[in-house]
Design a protein around this ligand. Structure first.
Ligand code: AMP
Ligand code: ZN
Length: 457
C-alpha cells in the first residue's frame, strides 16, 4: 500500500518512493545529541521514525531501505558539558550513547543501518566546507572560522518560508563573531582554548584549527552514507529552522542538486502544555518512568497514541491506559489460532498508517478488531501489525506494583505544586498520598512512588 506522508517543503501529502534505479529508499533521521540522557520527548521523535522505518520495510522490502541516523557527538552542547564536568568529550558522549542505545532497545526501535558520528566524519565535513569556499558560498572570518554566506543561496528560506527581512540580511560586518551578515551561520568554528579544551581538528584550507558547526555534520554524513540526493529527511519540528534550512543550503550549494526529496517533521511531546526539554528541566527519561514501575512498551504505546503531527501532552494516566491496552493485546494474541484466519482483516490499520502515519487511527482500527474477538483472525496478520507498530508483546510487563491512576494523578499534582513552590498544597497532597498508603520520594529531577512501608505495630 503506497505510503503517503506530509512533506514540510511542499506542505502537501506525497507518496514515498525511492528515486534511484536500485530501488533503495534512502532515509536520514537526525539523531540525538549525546551530552545527557535523551528524554521521552526525544523518543517520541525516534519512535515515530521507527514506525516509519518499519512501514518502509513492509512496503519496499527490508533490503530496500537504508536508514541512517547520526550521533551528534561534538557541538556547543557536548562541549559545554565537558567544560561543566571537566571530563574528556569522548567519555561523556560514549556514556550517553550507550544509554541512548539501551533505551532504544527497550523501546523496541530498530537500529539504523548506519549510525555515523560527527567526530568520525571530520574529513568529510572539512572537504564539504572547502567545496563551499571554492564555490563562493562560504568565507573565512577574521578569527579563522568559516561561515556560510546566506545571500549566495537564493533558495534560502524555502523550507521554513522565512522572509528575507526576518533574516536581517546586512552587508555590514555584523558582530563580534566576525561574520559578514548577522544571519550567516558557522560551518567551522575556530578553536577557543578557554571553551574548547582539547577538542580541535585541523581546519579547512585557509581556516584555523577548530571544530565543525552543527549543521554541516548532517550534510556531510548524509552525503557520505546516502549520496547527494536522499529520499526522505526527518526530525522533530524544532529542527526545521535553522538546522534543516541550513542543511539544504550547504548540501545543494556543494552538490549542485536536490538534497532531500521529502521532508517530514513530527511534533513535540509536551508536559503541562509546554515542550518537554532538557533546558526547561521538565522532562522524564525512560528510566524515570520504568523506575516508577511502568514498562518501556507502555511508554512506546503512549508515544504512538497521539497523531505524530500534533503536539501530545504527556501524562502518567496515558501510561496506565497503555499498560491496559497492552494487556488486552497480549490476551488477544494468546487466543489466536496458530494457523488460518483472515489475512486481510487488519487492512484498516495499514490504511491509517499509510495515510500520513496516523498512529492513533491505526490503534483505533486495531482495537475495533480486537474488541470483536479473536475468531477468524490470522496470527501472522496480527503479528505483522505488531511489527509495524513495533509493539513487542513478549517484552516484560510492569515489574513493580501497579500504581493506581488516582495515586499517580495525586503524585503529579503534588510534584507540580512543589515545582510552583506552592508548598502548602504540596504538603496537603503528600498527606493524601500517605493516607492512601503511598510514599513519594523526591529527587532533584523527579520522584519515585512506592507503597508506604508498613509501620511496625
Ligand atoms: P537532540 O538530542 O536535542 O538533538 O534532539 C533529538 C531529536 O528529538 C530531534 O529530532 C528533536 O527535534 C527531537 N525533540 C526534542 N525535543 C522534543 C520533544 N519535546 N518532543 C518530541 N521531539 C523532540
Ligand atoms: Zn541533523
Amino acid at each position: 500500500m503506497p505510503i503517503r506522508l506530509h512533506d514540510s517543503l511542499t506542505r502537501t501529502q506525497r507518496e514515498l518512493q525511492p528515486a534511484q534505479p536500485d530501488g533503495v529508499f534512502r532515509f536520514y533521521n537526525c539523531g540525538p545529541t549525546v551530552y545527557a540522557p535523551a528524554h521521552i520527548g526525544n523518543f517520541r521523535t525516534f519512535v515515530v521514525n521507527d514506525v516509519l522505518r518499519r512501514l518502509l520495510e513492509l512496503e519496499f522490502g527490508p533490503a530496500k531501505v537504508k536508514h541512517v541516523r547520526n550521533l551528534t557527538d561534538v557541538d556547543d552542547r557536548t562541549i559545554g558539558q565537558t567544560q561543566k564536568e571537566k571530563r574528556p568529550l569522548a567519555e561523556i558522549t560514549q556514556k550517553w550513547t550507550a544509554k541512548f542505545h539501551a533505551d532504544c532497545a527497550a523501546l523496541n526501535c530498530l537500529p539504523p543501518h548506519v549510525e555515523p558520528t560527527a567526530t568520525g566524519h571530520i574529513r568529510e565535513q572539512v572537504s564539504m566546507i572547502e567545496c563551499l569556499m571554492a564555490k563562493g558560498n562560504a568565507y573565512r572570518a577574521a578569527d579563522g572560522s568559516v561561515y556560510f554566506k546566506i545571500e549566495s543561496f537564493p533558495g534560502y528560506g524555502g523550507l521554513s518560508r522565512i522572509k528575507e527581512r526576518e533574516l536581517k540580511i546586512t552587508n555590514a560586518v555584523a558582530d563580534a563573531d566576525h561574520k559578514d551578515s548577522v544571519s550567516d551561520f558557522a560551518l567551522w568554528k575556530a578553536y577557543k582554548p578557554e571553551e574548547d579544551g582539547d577538542v580541535k581538528w585541523p581546519g579547512p584550507a585557509g581556516a584555523s584549527e577548530g571544530r565543525p558547526g552543527w549543521h554541516i555534520e548532517c550534510s556531510a554524513m548524509s552525503k557520505k552514507h546516502l549520496g547527494d540526493t536522499i529520499d526522505l529527511h526527518t526530525g522533530g519540528v524544532d529542527l526545521l529552522f535553522p538546522h534543516h534550512e541550513n542543511e539544504i543550503a550547504q548540501s545543494q550549494c556543494c552538490n549542485g542538486t536536490t538534497f532531500a526529496r521529502h521532508w517530514y517533521h513530527s511534533e513535540h511531546l509536551l508536559v503541562d502544555g509546554t515542550t518537554m526539554s532538557k533546558s526547561k528541566g521538565n522532562y522524564y527519561t525512560l528510566s524515570d518512568l520504568t523506575g516508577k514501575g511502568y514498562s518501556a512498551m507502555a511508554v512506546r504505546y503512549a508515544l504512538l497514541a497521539g497523531h505524530p503531527r500534533k503536539q501530545l501532552n504527556f501524562t502518567l494516566d496515558s501510561l496506565h491506559a497503555a499498560e491496559s491496552a497492552l494487556k488486552h493485546l497480549r490476551a488477544f494474541r494468546a487466543a489466536l489460532a496458530p494457523v488460518g484466519g483472515d489475512e486481510t482483516l487488519f487492512a484498516p490499520v495499514f490504511t491509517a498508517l499509510a495515510d500520513d502515519l496516523n498512529t492513533p487511527g491505526a490503534l483505533g482500527a486495531l482495537f475495533t478488531l480486537v474488541n470483536r474477538g479473536p475468531a477468524g483472525v490470522s496470527l501472522a496478520a496480527f503479528d505483522r501489525v505488531m511489527f509495524a507498530l513495533g509493539l513487542d508483546l513478549t517484552a516484560p510487563a510492569p515489574a513493580k506494583t501497579d500504581i493506581p491512576a488516582a495515586i499517580a494523578s495525586l503524585a503529579e499534582k503534588r510534584w507540580a505544586a512543589k515545582q510552583a513552590k506552592d508548598f502548602a498544597s504540596a504538603d496537603a497532597l503528600r498527606k493524601e498520598l500517605t493516607a492512601a498508603g503511598w510514599s513519594m520520594l523526591d529527587r532533584k529531577d523527579g520522584y519515585t512512588l512506592e507503597p508506604a512501608q508498613k509501620q511496625p505495630a
